[in-house]
Ligand binder design. Structure first.
Ligand SMILES: NC(=O)c1ccc[n+]([C@@H]2O[C@H](COP(=O)([O-])OP(=O)(O)OC[C@H]3O[C@@H](n4cnc5c(N)ncnc54)[C@H](OP(=O)(O)O)[C@@H]3O)[C@@H](O)[C@H]2O)c1
Length: 273
């Protein structure tokens, strides 16, 4: 993997700029899809306790020819408070069949964010988690964590795509040394985005698809992406975004597509940014 295909987190660890998403991938299909992704060249897999497929992600890595340190694994808590999060981390380690998780993030804000983050921080200090972070936290919720803990979150994973670019949140995160990570980089295909005329026109100029233009736009704006596809051709296509550059005027054109439109409307607290 080339250096330009990685970003440096605020704790000195590198993360591949593109990962493979596994939301709603049934445990039955996860092992073969993740194995396919690894064979195609993905070196970053995004899973979660909530997805119920950590075990199969671990199995795919074990059955591949790769070493543990070759692949960056992110998982997400589904627990509230210190005690259950400590237990959850142990269960995730067991399910993933690994001694450490590269990045563990709080999946969504809960009634005890402090206790939850305290457990992540402790596991980080013990080496069980190499990095810790947040997901679906708005500015005030991120500030709350920054004000109370010595270990900064490395990422905030939030819904981000061309129709909701999260510019204000991006600038806030960048100011605080936190990497902006996009979930649903295609907005799950909302508003016929793959057929969008502007994206396809820009794509034609580069010999690329609308999907590749979307991913390139996000990556070129220092946003991590974790697209999901269950189709090998599209999985490969999504990886092929590091051999071209969008010009300033193309970036500006895509920037103007922002409608601040969430495809999910979830969590509603994100609308406060
Ligand atoms: N932290 C959170 O709360 C949160 C929430 C949601 C998602 N996530 C993470 O983000 C990942 C990605 O989000 P997502 O799975 O919701 O959706 P997504 O990646 O935005 O979109 C997936 C859809 O796009 C299609 N697609 C993928 N590549 C394509 C291409 N090159 N051309 C045309 N269509 C393409 C897929 O169809 P095919 O399969 O047929 O290709 C699928 O229908 C998740 O898997 C998960 O890991 C996190």
């Amino acid at each position: 993997m080339l250096n330009e295909e990685k970003l440096l987190l605020n704790n000195g660890i590198e993360i591949p700029r593109i990962g493979y998403g596994t939301y709603l991938t049934s445990p039955r299909k996860t092992e073969s899809l993740v194995r396919q992704a690894l064979d195609l060249g993905y070196r970053h897999i995004d899973t979660a306790q909530n997805y119920g497929n950590e075990r199969e992600v671990g199995q795919a890595l074990k059955n591949s020819s790769l070493n543990r340190e070759d692949v960056f694994i992110t998982s997400k808590t589904q627990t509230i408070g210190y005690d259950s999060t400590i237990r959850g981390i142990k269960q995730s380690l067991k399910a993933l069949n690994t001694d450490y998780i590269d990045l563990m993030i709080i999946h969504w804000p809960n009634s005890d964010n402090e206790g939850t983050y305290r457990a992540l921080e402790e596991a980080y200090k013990n080496g069980l988690l190499k990095s810790i972070g947040l997901s679906n936290f708005n500015q005030n919720q991120v500030k709350h964590i920054l004000d109370r803990f010595e270990t900064k979150p490395v990422v905030d994973q939030i819904e981000t795509h061309v129709l909701w670019q999260q510019k204000k949140m991006h600038d806030f995160l960048a100011t605080n040394g936190i990497i902006h990570e996009s979930w649903s980089p295609f907005g799950e295909g909302m508003d016929n985005i793959f057929q969008n005329r502007i994206l396809n026109q820009i794509g034609e100029a580069h010999g690329k698809s609308a999907a590749q233009i979307i991913l390139r736009f996000l990556v070129q704006n220092y946003i991590l992406v974790i697209p999901k596809s269950t189709n090998a051709k599209r999985m490969k296509e999504n990886l092929e975004i590091f051999d071209f550059n969008l010009s300033d005027s193309e970036l500006k054109t895509i920037r103007m597509m922002d409608k601040k439109k969430s495809y999910s409307g979830w969590p509603s607290s994100m609308q406060e940014n």
